[in-house]
Structure formats: C-alpha cells, structure tokens
Design a protein around this ligand. Structure first.
Ligand SMILES: *Cc1c(COP(=O)(O)O)cnc(C)c1O
Length: 369
C-alpha cells in the first residue's frame, strides 16, 4: 500500500500541489494589526440584545436558505437602486470562488491588477481559470513622476482587456494591500471596455469616499461585492454581491443552500439594525488612520502611502527585520516583503484602537532609532 502522501500527490491536481496555502500566523498574545479587523468589539449596549437572540435561536434547524430577513436589512442599509438584488456568501472569499466556478468555461481568463488581493489569483488557480495580472504603476525610486503610486495603468489595462478578453475582472476599490482608491472614471472605462463581467470589490467601503453601487443600473456587466468583515464582523463570515437579478438568479444556482448559518444571519441582522454604530466606529478609524499616517510620515526612514481603507502600507529598508522587531515587541502586522516585486520592503499595518496604534508607533520608533 503506498503512503498517504504518495497517494495524495498522484491523485491531486497539479495546480493544487503547486499552490502555497494561504498562511495565517498564530496571533495569540499579540497586538493584532495584521488582518484589517475592526478593533472594537460589539457595542456594550447591543450585547444583551444579541445574547438573547442567540439564546432563542433555532440552531437545531437549518438556516433560512433565502436569508430573507437579513437580505431585507442589507437592502435597507445599502440604498440599492431599484431592480437590484443581493446574493449572500460565507465571506466574500466564497463569492469570488462562486464567480470563478460560474464563469469558468474552458480556456477563460480572470484578470486583475497587481499587486492586489491575493485570493483572485489563488481562486483562479484552483478553479482552473487562466489568470492575468496587469501591473499597477510602480514609482518606487522615481521622484516627481506625477503619477500616484500603485495607480492603475489604464492604457495597459485596456490593452490587456482587448488582448485577453477576460470573462471575469476583479478590481478592489479601494485596493488591498496598497490602500488607494483608483479614479472612478478609470474604473468606468474598464467596465465599458470589458466584454466580460467586472466585479468591483468594495471590502473597504466603510472607509472610502466612493462606491459603484449607485452605478449598478448603468452597466449590464457590473456587480459590486462587499463584506462585513472589515466593519466588525470578520468572525461571522458574511459577504454579498449586489447587482441585477439576471446575473444573481443564475449565480444563486451555484450557492450551497445553507452557506450562511443561523447564527451569522441572526447576529449580522441585529448588528445591521445598528449600522450607524458600526459606521461611527469606521469614522473613528478614519480619524486614527489620518493620525497614524502623519506619524509615519514623520519618520525619515519610512515612506507611507495614502489610504482610503482601514490600513496603511509603508516602505522601510530591511522591512523583514522591522517586522520581526515589531513582533518581538508584541505587535503583529503584515509583512509583504517577498510577496510581489513591487512590494519589496513593504509592510501593512491595520489601524487599531488609539492605544494599539500608539504601541505600534512606539515600537517602530524604537526600531528606527
Ligand atoms: C478582506 C478582503 C476580502 C475578503 O473578505 P471576507 O468577506 O472576509 O472573505 C475580499 N476582498 C478584499 C479586497 C479584501 O481585502
């Protein structure tokens, strides 16, 4: 009998064997500024209400497969244009996978920009789609070039769309891990040029100044994807697609019937009844982001990039040593060095509570001097 590992390597698809698992480090005991979580837990005024609802929940029953009540609340906070529908996912990661499975005819291409959210490429790979990443504009080492860092290379992106005819395009708006919001008119030009489906991924909508939801009705090939993960519900796993019924009715067929459990439906519903509380937390995070940005720009060795998300990307010489030094001082951020060539010496810090940000800055200043 062959060993399990030799069996696995004969039976599994080559693409799976070649994949590197999405690595999540152990964060126990650290000040956790690595994963774009909202640092604030459920507002105390709401805890009792949620506890009561959870105690009464019918967890012996399957969840409402249509999640009607939760969807109604999402529509309420969203201000969806008339005729637009919602499809729920177990996190938006699941929706990326669902879209890739749905559009993956033999030989089709998924296109995004680079560097961006790594799951686009990973999911393309394991669903067997071709992946094309169009580089963003790299100005590292260039001074006064005029172009913003990590901006869209619109001519190159439009040329790639003509050449590759992607069935599916993902644009993170704002982008992760760079934090910038691409110009809306450039995104609109991409949507207009694409023959395929364009998904504008608004994971950071609560921290950004713009959205494509009001434009959904204008473009038959546009869907907007959002998640509640960055707004204080990362543990619930809840994301959604918004768009026309023509698309969502078809995609519904691929959704596993009970992909959003009883408790996520219930708790997210309660939290969305108090959406304004979460948005207030987001406003606080935006103020703290501005402060952290100023403080980082004051360190001569650090180059920090503008952000419309709840994190800041910065470049510093010997980034991996800086990352390790922060870890030794109890602060966990994300090391992007070695991931993508344009992210050489780059680190990403999530905006935490004012106290957490201060601990991070003190540790960084100590390392820098
Ligand atoms: C965090 C993130 C997601 C995934 O969110 P989940 O809903 O937690 O799966 C999707 N897209 C981008 C750009 C993100 O940064």
């Amino acid at each position: 009998m062959p060993s399990a590992s030799s069996l696995a390597s004969t039976l599994l698809r080559r693409e799976i064997l070649d994949l590197h698992a999405y690595h999540v480090p152990d964060s126990a005991g650290y000040i956790k500024l690595d994963a774009m979580e909202n640092p604030y837990s459920v507002p105390p005024a709401l805890r009792g209400e949620i506890a009561d609802a959870v105690a009464a929940a019918a967890i012996n029953r399957y969840p409402d497969p249509a999640a009607a009540s939760l969807k109604e609340k999402i529509r309420g906070v969203l201000g969806l244009p008339d005729g637009m529908e919602v499809l729920l996912g177990n996190g938006s990661d699941e929706l990326i996978q669902l879209l890739a499975m749905a559009l993956n005819k033999p030989g089709t291409t998924l296109l995004s920009v680079e560097p961006s959210f790594v799951m686009y490429r990973m999911i393309a790979t394991f669903t067997g789609m071709r992946y094309v990443g169009v580089p963003l504009v790299d100005n590292s080492g260039v001074t006064n070039s005029g172009a913003a860092d990590f901006s869209l290379d619109l001519p190159a992106t439009l040329a790639a769309i003509r050449r590759e005819q992607p069935a599916l395009i993902f644009l993170a708006y704002p982008n992760n891990p760079t934090g910038n919001l691409f110009p809306a008119d450039a995104v609109a030009q991409i949507i207009e040029a694409a023959q395929g489906l364009v998904v504008v991924d608004e994971a950071y909508y609560a921290f950004a100044g713009d959205s494509f939801i009001p434009r959904l009705a204008h473009y038959p090939n546009l869907l907007v994807m959002r998640t509640f993960s960055k707004l204080g519900m990362a543990g619930l796993r809840l994301g959604f697609l918004a768009g026309s019924a023509a698309w969502l009715e078809q995609l519904e067929k691929l959704r596993l019937p009970y992909n959003v459990g009883v408790l996520p439906q219930l708790v997210a519903g309660k939290l969305l009844e108090h959406h304004e509380v979460l948005l207030q937390q987001a406003e606080q995070i935006k103020l703290d982001r501005a402060k952290l940005y100023r403080q980082l720009s004051e360190i001569a060795a650090v180059r920090v990039y503008p952000s419309e998300a709840n994190f800041l990307l910065f470049r510093v010489a010997h980034a991996t040593e800086v990352f390790d030094g922060l870890k030794q001082r109890g602060v966990l951020i994300k090391n992007l060095n070695g991931g993508h060539p344009m992210l050489h010496d780059c680190l990403r810090v999530t905006v935490g509570t004012p106290e957490e940000n201060e601990r991070f800055m003190l540790a960084l200043q100590e390392i820098a001097s």
